[in-house]
Design a protein around this ligand. Structure first.
Ligand SMILES: [Zn+2]
Length: 192
């Protein structure tokens, strides 16, 4: 545990509602599963921590357009849409982080109102690798908060997909991550 470069993988919101067929589907969102599974297996095999975050909203929340927010209803606690994609790796060693769990919370970041930063520090993690859904919201905010919390960050450019409400949102989010000090890496470099 004294390894100064100890790493953790954070898989952001690979849930049914964000994948094709879901209520807030990200185009090609399910394409992130294979690369993230491969990375998760490698991390687990080395005894390095893996986290899966999930949007875990109450049925009524200001996050939803119906109640004054931005988004269609998605990832309501206990519903099929909130479940992880069926092909996403499942392992008892993986820690699940629920976010956006209260009526006032957007929960874009895996660090927002969760124990993620504390758990990472307890495990002696210095660097986090982040991928998942969606590039321009929950991945971006998780990456920016990880930097704010003092972690080195590798943002997994090929293992994330964007909502792109505006066509350049994904690209812009990548730039924001880079400017915040995250290293942007593609699959080729990771060997997955
Ligand atoms: Zn949400």
């Amino acid at each position: 545990m004294s390894d100064e470069n100890r790493k953790a993988l954070i898989v952001v919101d690979v849930q049914n509602d964000f994948c094709p067929g879901g209520s807030l589907a990200v185009t090609n969102g399910d394409e992130v599963v294979a690369a993230l599974n491969a990375l998760a297996k490698a991390f687990l095999a080395r005894g390095e921590p893996v986290f899966k975050t999930r949007d875990w909203h109450p049925a009524r929340t200001k996050h939803f357009a119906k109640y004054g927010g931005t988004w269609p209803i998605h990832c309501v606690q206990g519903t099929p849409g909130a479940e992880f994609h069926a092909d996403l790796i499942d392992d008892p060693c993986i820690t699940i982080i629920s976010k956006g769990t209260t009526e006032g919370a957007d929960g874009y970041s895996g660090f927002d109102g969760t124990s993620l930063a504390r758990l990472l520090r307890e495990k002696g993690v210095a660097e986090v690798w982040v991928g998942g859904l969606a590039t321009d919201y929950c991945v971006k905010h998780t990456v920016l908060d990880a930097r704010r919390e003092g972690f080195e960050v590798k943002a997994l450019a090929d293992a994330m997909r964007a909502v792109n409400l505006n066509p350049n949102d994904g690209r812009q989010a990548i730039e924001e991550m880079r400017e915040a000090g995250a290293e942007i890496v593609g699959n080729e470099k990771l060997g997955v």
